[in-house]
Design a protein. Structure first.
Length: 105
């Protein structure tokens, strides 16, 4: 039987940490009701870091009704609305409405 090296254990534990961290951030977003103006928005790797009402969310939004990327449309001051326990959010920008769903992974 082959033994797992210390580096292999580290990789497995690190991957587990990343998966649990992502699940926690997604769950937090999913359960929250979001209704307010965007304080800050920026891209970090594959994620959009979005702060609304002084609470930061790490999301991966996918457009529902347009081809516009969330971080290309959204600006501080635009409003975001999302019901609790839903994955769909609505962005209001310059009088237009954009709908996005947020990926779990």
């Amino acid at each position: 039987m082959k033994r797992v090296s210390g580096f292999g254990v580290f990789i497995i534990l690190f991957a587990g940490f990343l998966i649990l961290s992502r699940r926690g951030k997604y769950s937090e977003f999913h359960h929250d009701k979001i209704d307010g103006a965007i304080d800050t928005i920026y891209r970090y790797r594959d994620y959009i870091m979005l702060t609304v009402n002084k609470k930061e969310y790490r999301i991966i939004p996918q457009s529902i009704n347009s081809t516009e990327w969330f971080d290309h449309v959204a600006h501080p001051g635009d409003t975001v609305h999302k019901a609790a326990d839903r994955d769909t959010l609505t962005l209001s920008h310059l009088g237009a409405q954009y709908r996005y769903t947020v990926q779990k992974w």
